[in-house]
Design a protein around this ligand. Sequence first.
Ligand code: CTP
Length: 414
Amino acid sequence: MIPRQQASPRGRRVLLGISGGIAAYKSAELVRLLVRAGAQVQVVMTDAATRFVAPLTFQALSGRPVRLGLFEAADEAAMGHIDLARWADAILIAPASADFLARLRAGLADDLLSTLCLAADAPVIVAPAMNQAMWRAAATQDNLRVLRERGVRVWGPAEGVQACGESGPGRMLEPEEILRALNGALDVAGDARQAPLAGVDVLLTAGPTWEAIDPVRFIGNRSSGKMGFALARAARAAGARVLLVSGPVTLETPPGVERISVESAREMHRSVMRHAPGCDIFIGAAAVADFRPAQVASEKLKKGDSGSMELALVRNPDVLASVAALPEPPFTVGFAAETQDLRANALEKLRRKGVDIILANQVGGEEGGFDRDHNAVILLTADEERSFALQEKGRLARAIIAALAERYRARRTT
Ligand code: CTP
């Protein structure tokens, strides 16, 4: 076997953001290491960062003028901030101060660095550095949770004695450690850039549907939408244009993904049928309610004296089957969530709904499924079976999208 070539930042474009913190002095060494490894480094400093280290230091080490402001006419004329955001293969913010993390989470765009993060398609990586109490603060941890959910990578911090004399978590990783991690990240970004779904339109459904009983009650299910959202994110990372039709969930829309929010199965059906003609791949990851109340009460139902209640239900349209039945259907992928006879039930669904691929997952047992962070699926076609082991839904989604892309391309060439 030929050993895989060691990843290196040679020729790669790294936008190094420096925010205000004493660890900014370590960033000088980081720039030196990156340049020595062959990377093109563009340093962007926040105003606070310039109080710690002079921009001239970074200019000398990177060989490029440091970008400082959003409104520098000469800089903007040379390469505007949107072009600069597109230029980067990766945006690395080291050190990332508590203030900068809060600004990133809020989506502010009132200085150059935060604007670049908002405009970029490239992976955004933060190497936090701050006092240990600031790191532990609920606000900082909450910001990090949201940023991670949006796909921002958080490297470090390390523990130890801090510049302020205290000890604990909050030290920025050493430049050598950041460089090593960056090698790996650029490698992954490189794989994504091969973009197996470049130019492909992907339409997805995700989440549950809510079927109204009266103005305050509904029939719903346990779907969290995590699998569908992870697939949307992975399809986008693979270069697709992604439209996500989602039922009620509490998840953030993945960057670069267009989202339409719906509530009921009929709304989802309407929205999907409007957009399905012309799309290339359809993935039905939503847990669509099969039935809805025959009547929706216009006022809140009162329980009165009765000890029981009957609710008449009628069938909802099947979104997946409707897409598969289009005169020129997209490459259509459905899920089968089963509590028993997984393969047999899933294969029956594949045939009955007329889809190209079914992703079958066991629900209700120990293995993954609804409202969990992990899942395991079996990919089934009319003549193929492939298992994906229990793993984190983000990772699983990337593996599934890679497999779908292969089969989609194979079908297109035959
Ligand atoms: N699905 C859909 N519209 C529906 C019901 C299901 O688009 N009204 C899709 C789901 O998104 C999923 C697949 O069909 O991709 C399988 O859904 P599932 O509920 O597992 O199967 P059902 O067809 O509802 O069959 P059963 O309830 O008998 O298991």
